[in-house]
Design a protein around this ligand. Structure first.
Ligand code: SAM
Ligand code: SF4
Ligand code: SF4
Length: 338
């Protein structure tokens, strides 16, 4: 086992989220609004994006610093072709316990889900913000149907990528009326629906505290209809507070990043698609690992850069949010993948 590398708040590095691309086929209004991510938006050039070889090498180095869990995300990670090959290689990195994927599900076919499972993918999280077609289409802003995402969830479950987790970002006056509809749809399904507070990631989504529906109020709304019982965390540093339906309807999760921050147990680092290391979802600075890698740095040199970044980290943005003046140039969610 790798020796723990601790940051300035004694948090070990355990999890690595890797953005495989900054591109996406959706334009979710809370993430990549068209007004910003329109035809003139400068996405990363293909040559500036990490190759699979480069990703595998950085994962091997991160494992030596304590990383056990890898989450592949984006943008939309399924836009990268050959993802099963990458997963297969990552699953062979000694010490990596779980390889997880967060996707909008739009490109997840039945054969692909099967291939991803066979390649070593542990589980999948699929984002779905509403069942109501009109609401969902107006959120993803490309007219993609919620039925299509439900189909992807079925494919993932059939392939054994279970339990499937479903992410629903809740925004006031947008999809809060879907909380009970979504809860009802996924009760007794074996899937775990997770409600996420709308966050102030990046600079593009016109975030306002007024639009946040608190995790607590979501729990109360559901509890009134189907009583809930809190569950203990399944692992240290888990971001979701877990509940189970008292009638045996299964589990839900609440991710209250705004109203109940979990910075004290944050063990996550993030790699953007162009190989920059971010130590907080709300960071406006990063450490470039890909440039030195491409210039011939050896593993020790890259590990040194990474270790130095982690051991000098004291980020706790969500805990400090109220005291931080509006911060410009935060990295975009589509760049580092949540
Ligand atoms: N495209 C994939 C997807 O949507 O699942 C992966 C990348 S997406 C950035 C990862 C997760 O972040 C999704 O579940 C998405 O709903 C969530 N997300 C994006 N912007 C958010 C925001 N401002 N607040 C809270 N969650 C957000
Ligand atoms: Fe794309 Fe995911 Fe962002 Fe939606 S949340 S725009 S699917 S990256
Ligand atoms: Fe971790 Fe930053 Fe989120 Fe706090 S705000 S939980 S430090 S990513």
């Amino acid at each position: 086992m790798a020796s723990a590398v601790l940051d300035l708040r004694s948090r070990p590095l355990k999890d690595l989220r890797i953005s495989l691309t900054d591109r996406c086929n959706f334009r979710c209004t809370y993430c990549m609004p068209r007004s910003v991510f329109g035809p003139g938006y400068q996405f990363l050039t293909p040559s500036s994006v990490m190759s699979f070889d480069e990703i595998v090498r950085l994962v091997q180095i991160s494992q030596g610093l304590g990383v056990e869990n890898i989450r592949l995300t984006g943008g939309e990670p399924l836009l990268r072709t050959g993802l099963d090959h990458l997963i297969n290689r990552l699953s062979q990195v000694k010490g990596i316990r779980q390889i997880l994927l967060t996707t909008n599900g739009s490109r997840l076919t039945q054969p692909l889900a099967k291939r991803l499972k066979e390649s070593g993918l542990t589980r999948v999280t699929i984002s779905l913000d509403a069942l109501d077609e009109e609401t969902f289409k107006s959120i993803n802003d490309v007219g993609f149907s919620s039925q299509g995402v439900l189909q992807a969830i079925d494919y993932a479950a059939e392939a054994g990528l279970t339990p499937v987790k479903i992410n629903m970002v809740v925004k006031k006056n947008v999809n809060a009326d879907q909380i009970l509809t979504m809860a009802d749809r996924f009760r007794h399904s074996g899937h775990i629906l997770r409600f996420i507070e709308f966050m102030d990631v990046g600079n593009s989504n016109r975030w306002s505290y007024q639009d946040v529906v608190s995790g607590q109020s979501i729990v109360e709304t559901i509890h009134e209809k189907w009583p809930l019982k809190p569950l203990a965390p399944s692992r240290p540093g888990e971001v979701a507070r877990r509940y189970q339906y008292a009638d045996g309807g299964g589990e839900i999760g609440i991710i209250s990043s705004v109203s109940q921050p979990f910075c004290t147990s944050c063990t996550r680092a993030r790699l953007s698609a162009e190989g920059k290391l971010y130590l907080c979802l709300f960071a406006n600075q990063s450490v470039d690992l890909l440039t030195p890698l491409r210039q011939g740095a050896d593993d020790q040199e890259l590990a040194f850069l990474w270790r130095t970044a982690w051991t000098t980290r004291d980020d706790q943005y969500s805990l400090d949010r109220a005291a931080i003046p509006v911060m410009r140039n935060k990295v975009e969610m589509s760049h580092i993948g949540g």
